[in-house]
Design a protein around this ligand. Structure first.
Ligand code: ATP
Ligand code: MG
Length: 392
């Protein structure tokens, strides 16, 4: 019989009345995420999702890897299904797990019986299978308190399942149950991590990137698209809005006092992102800002740049240390791309002495010569939409 995956639901099971719609959303997401790997049947029983390859040409290893990146799942295990009798279960344990067992000094069997019509209870199942393993592999000790290895047997409605230890899933909530966000994505380390973190809470994301050709190169744009693609490993497909920002940056350079350049540029970023967010059904903006990291990330600076938009701005990294952010970036696989040395539009026309404690009045005054509406309208016209997905 085939290998199948059992995915256990996380927090979702706590969600009371919403549970049904959460589960449906998760099932739809899993179906969509399995599609690149062939024909899989996805079904849900008792807070467990069964993912079963239906054809011989399914890419089972690819699908298994993808299961680790689906939000809403706390643990994943790869198991072998067999008939619901002790001979079949024991034979399957020996075929499927004996290599792993042979590396362990001690083991125990843990059983679950959700098919209550099955004639043995879980203790009897564990004793029976444990006894047979001990007889077949006398060099491994039975240790029910601190075993090296746990053999799991689950007797469910359709079949019996045998598996080794479960692995951690992606956690979080199913993509789509938490609304939609527009993430301001730069080529740095922080914003891809911010995108991942907000997405983990069940939020669908769309990205906005500001691009100042020829001050920033095509390669810098490709880098950002690659970062977005890496994030879609967790979020599923997404759209990146690439906004031409050159005219705005030149207008700021030519018309505003230097110490306010970055603050005014960030105001434009927020205002343009808000327009895009509203057009695309997003209910908030998300940035990779982090308190105190750079001059534009003081409390005063963030208050001034945030004051020009109505949508809430969420900053999932606000209280993390750089090292903590880097650890997540490494784990989710964005770090190596983030540290490629291409410039970002934030590094164009950077003031020598940026204002770190601005007031709203000062910034309003510093940009009063700019035609905000005209500049924003032209930047929006000059926006390219690129769809990205991890598995193409
Ligand atoms: P990052 O590593 O994400 O670039 P950072 O520490 O370099 O962050 P800043 O460059 O000041 O910080 O940018 C703060 C936030 O503003 C970024 O995390 C991102 O959300 C947004 N941002 C900066 N530059 C751009 C850009 N070119 N396009 C879109 N968003 C940007
Ligand atoms: Mg940056």
């Amino acid at each position: 019989m085939k290998e199948i995956f059992l995915l256990k639901l996380g927090e979702i099971v706590l969600k009371g009345g919403n549970r049904f719609s959460f589960e449906n959303k998760l099932k739809t997401n899993i179906n969509r995420r399995m599609r690149p790997f062939g024909n899989f049947d996805v079904s849900m029983v008792q807070s467990t999702v069964y993912v079963e390859p239906m054809d011989d040409d399914c890419d089972v290893d690819g699908a298994w890897e993808a299961c680790h990146t689906i939000f809403g799942i706390v643990s994943v295990c790869r198991c072998r299904a067999c008939e619901k009798n002790m001979d079949a279960v024991f034979e399957t344990v020996m075929e499927y797990l004996s290599d792993d067992l042979a590396c362990a000094k001690s083991f125990k069997v843990e059983s679950k019986r959700s098919d209550k019509r099955f004639p043995m209870n879980s203790i009897q199942i564990s004793q029976e299978i444990g006894g047979r393993i001990a007889e077949a592999m006398p060099e491994i000790l039975v240790d029910v308190h601190h075993p090296d290895y746990v053999v799991n047997v689950e007797i469910r409605d359709k079949a019996a399942y045998v598996h080794g230890p479960a692995e951690p899933g992606a956690g979080g909530l199913p993509t789509g149950v938490g609304g939609r966000a527009a993430v301001l994505l730069s080529g740095g380390i922080d914003s891809p991590v911010a995108a991942y973190m907000i997405a983990k809470r069940g939020v669908e994301i769309e990205c906005v990137h500001f691009f100042s050709y020829p001050y920033t190169s095509e390669r810098a744009k490709d880098k950002v698209l690659e970062l977005a693609r890496l994030v879609t490993k967790y979020t599923g497909r997404m759209t990146v809005n690439i906004v031409g920002f050159t005219e705005i940056q030149e207008a700021i350079r030519d018309n505003c006092p230097e110490e306010y350049f970055t603050l005014i540029m960030r105001r434009f970023m927020m205002m343009i992102s808000e327009r895009i967010a509203k057009d695309h059904g997003c209910q908030c903006l998300v940035t990779g800002e982090n308190l105190g990291q750079v001059a534009s990330q003081t409390m005063e600076a963030m208050a001034v740049t945030g004051a020009c938009v109505e949508l809430p701005i969420f900053q999932p990294l606000i209280g993390l240390d750089k090292e903590e952010i880097v650890t997540v970036a490494r784990r989710i696989g964005t770090l190596d791309t983030s540290i490629l040395p291409y410039e970002d539009c934030c590094t164009v026309f950077t003031p020598k002495h940026p204002k770190t404690k601005p007031t709203k009045g000062q910034v309003d005054h510093a940009c009063e010569n700019l035609d905000f509406e005209g500049l924003i309208a032209r930047a929006l016209q000059n926006t390219e939409l690129v769809k990205v997905r991890y598995y193409d």
